[in-house]
Unconditional design. Structure first.
Length: 122
């Protein structure tokens, strides 16, 4: 995964960066309603996991926005070429593990890869 430093002297959101950097836990979350009816139908008709299909679509959309790939590092910002998703997987004994997936690949390849990663982390 490649990363580059953002030139803070030219960064148009420096004031926002300075504000968030001052916070103890600088994170932002967004919640919205999304109609996924067509996606559910697509997955059912093809036997795909809705969960993995949805994560793939959301990750591709998020990774298409440079600011969503940026992270605070030391006194500046680094921008990654891709940020994976991290989610929990049930291990089956009442516990869970974390699984990180990357999405920058064709969908059919991603589904095979994601299923294998989910099994491996359990």
């Amino acid at each position: 995964m490649k990363r580059k430093s953002v030139d803070m002297s030219k960064y148009t959101r420096k004031a926002q960066f300075d504000y968030f950097r001052s916070l103890q836990n600088p994170h932002v979350g967004v919640t919205t309603d999304v109609d996924v009816t067509e996606l559910v139908t697509f997955c059912k008709n093809r036997g795909f996991s809705f969960y993995l299909t949805f994560m793939h679509a959301v990750a591709l959309a998020a990774n298409s926005i440079a600011e969503f790939r940026q992270r605070i590092c030391d006194d500046g910002i680094v921008e990654y070429d891709e940020c994976g998703t991290s989610h929990t997987e049930s291990v089956g004994d009442g516990t869970y593990c974390y699984c990180t997936l990357y999405h920058n690949m064709p969908f059919n390849e991603y589904i095979r890869y994601a299923e294998a990663e989910r099994k491996a982390c359990r």
